[in-house]
Design a protein around this ligand. Structure first.
Ligand code: DOR
Ligand code: ZN
Length: 366
């Protein structure tokens, strides 16, 4: 085995199975970053007003396609926002709509634009039954919202109070536990019944809660679920590096303009689309498992959702680059993760030639 450092990594084009692209000018500012890296992304429905019907989702999908840069090959995958009043027939309409993969459960008040979310999951039995029947997937923001529960405990509490009972009551419902952040969540997902998976963000693999207070209050490291302890981060990194097919890439890249972040009551959300795949490469490299990145990024999510694997390739090069301090965001500025700092990997300018249809992780040395 060569002892020289890996400098390039060629992957099947990946999917981002959890992404916020917003709408209008904001969308036009952030979408090119994702389209340059990912073949598909599951687009979150927490617009204002939220995307609650199949008709709205298809309309939103059309706006996303229109906002793509010329020549981009990118497919938006859609999910609908569940409310207390979601009509069970919406599941059938979603199934018929094409390109709609499921429904997103935001517990009311759990996070950004979740005020129209679900106040009590037990009111949704009829919808969940239709989802189970039709094979639609439930994507879950897994935190209890009780303000008396410690913010670092809200995910673990959700597993016991909501998710485990839900998975048992609907034994064929397919569920993605989104952006997991704790050892408790890893343990739950890896030992759960069939049909349960989870997404993992770059920030939860690379940072612990100290990053919220490094040298002062750091609003651009604030997201929900909030960063957790170092032990939790290590558990997540070990789990994804272990190659379990239940774990896959979902950035939760969530842009907010600078003023909304740097405020007395700042918004939750970390923008990572400008360097998403590159940041995951840092995580997998840190744990000595770069060869496992491809399956996590490009295979496990597609397999869970029953989608074909992407055929294109993307090449990463180990060459540190300085992230701009900010990017334009409509009339505002957007501060990306690592603003003014470095990311160790970068996407090669030109995609490699198509090559064979099979996935390959090329770990060439200079
Ligand atoms: O940090 C977050 N930002 N977490 C979420 O669940 C929502 C997201 C957003 O939309 O800004
Ligand atoms: Zn999200």
């Amino acid at each position: 085995m060569s002892t020289s450092p890996t400098t390039t990594l060629t992957l099947r084009r990946p999917d981002d199975m959890h992404l916020h692209v917003r709408d209008g000018e904001a969308m036009r500012a952030v979408l090119p970053f994702t389209a340059a890296r990912f073949a598909r992304a599951l687009i979150m429905p927490n617009l204002r007003p939220p995307v609650t019907s199949a008709a709205q989702a298809l309309e939103y999908r059309r706006r996303i396609l229109q906002a793509l840069p010329a020549g981009a090959h990118f497919e938006p995958l859609m999910t609908l926002y569940l409310t207390d009043r979601t009509d069970p027939a919406e599941a059938d309409r979603a199934r018929a709509g094409g390109g709609i993969l499921g429904f997103k459960l935001y517990p009311a008040g759990a996070t950004t634009h979740s005020d129209a979310g679900v106040t009590d999951i037990r009111r949704l039995d009829a919808v969940l039954s239709r989802m189970e029947e039709t094979g639609l997937v439930l994507q879950v923001h897994g935190e209890v919202t009780d303000p008396d529960v410690d913010i670092f405990e809200r995910e673990a509490r959700f597993i016991d109070a909501v998710l485990a009972p839900l998975a048992a009551r609907f034994p064929r419902l397919r569920i993605v536990f989104e952006h997991i952040t704790t050892r408790a969540a890893v343990d739950f997902v890896l030992s759960a019944r069939e049909g349960i998976a989870a997404t993992v963000t770059p920030q939860h693999l690379l940072m612990n809660r100290n990053a919220l207070f490094a040298g002062g209050l750091r609003p651009h490291h604030y997201c929900l679920p909030v960063l957790k302890s170092e032990a939790d981060r290590e558990a997540l990194l070990e789990a994804v590096a272990g190659g379990n097919p239940r774990l896959f890439l979902g950035t939760d890249s969530a842009p907010h303009g600078r003023a909304a972040k740097e405020a007395a009551c700042g918004c939750a959300g970390i923008f990572s689309a400008h360097g998403a795949l590159e940041l995951y490469a840092e995580g997998f490299e840190a744990i000595g498992r770069l060869e496992r990145l491809e399956a996590f990024a490009s295979e496990h999510g597609a397999a869970f959702y029953g989608l074909p694997r992407n055929s294109g390739r993307i090449r990463l090069i180990k060459r540190p680059w300085e992230v701009p301090a900010s990017y334009p965001y409509g009339a505002e500025r957007l501060l990306p993760l690592r603003s003014g700092e470095h990311i160790a990997w970068q996407v090669a300018e030109e995609p490699p030639s198509a090559g064979t249809g099979a996935g390959s992780t090329d770990m060439a040395s200079p």
